[in-house]
Ligand binder design. Structure first.
Ligand code: HEC
Length: 126
């Protein structure tokens, strides 16, 4: 708990670093894409099996700090064992790298169904 608070308050040592983001790409592909999708929209094949779907990370990053994001990567999501904590599997540096990679993809907040910019992966009627 104390450790988690530390992470939430700590600042990203690689904030805005394209080099860090580049290192995170392979980590994302290996550890996250199966659930969160190849480009972070929460549409990975493995994730479809879960009752609570993996978060659309492209939307998530629009209103969360990189430190907040990294804390979830490090410790998982409280109350949801399908979002595991990765600290131990990944080093702290790797947690920041994968975080920076996702932010480098850019935030995309999709409009409600039917609006103009609901694009890839849109479901009929959904
Ligand atoms: C086994 C599937 C799975 C894998 C692998 C996985 N996640 Fe998740 N993740 C989830 C699910 C499911 C949620 C949604 C939890 C919820 O809403 O309760 C989630 C939520 C999140 C959240 C948002 C937490 C919140 O506050 O809702 C972040 C950030 C995240 N994942 C990042 C990652 C990153 C980065 C990786 C790779 C290092 C990763 N996840 C790997 C399933 C996964």
């Amino acid at each position: 708990m104390m450790k988690k608070t530390t992470w939430l308050l700590s600042s990203n040592p690689y904030e805005g670093s394209t080099e860090s983001a580049a290192q995170g790409e392979a980590i994302y592909a290996a550890r996250c894409a199966s659930c969160h999708g190849a480009t972070g929209f929460g549409d990975g094949a493995a994730g479809k099996a879960f009752e609570t779907p993996p978060r659309d990370l492209r939307a998530y990053i629009a209103d969360h700090t990189t430190a907040h994001f990294a804390a979830h990567v490090a410790y998982g999501k409280t109350g949801n064992p399908t979002m595991p904590g990765f600290l131990g599997v990944l080093t702290e540096d790797q947690v920041w790298h994968v975080t920076n990679y996702v932010y480098s993809l850019g935030a995309v907040v999709r409009q409600p169904a039917g609006e103009a910019n609901a694009t890839a992966g849109s479901k009929p009627g959904g």
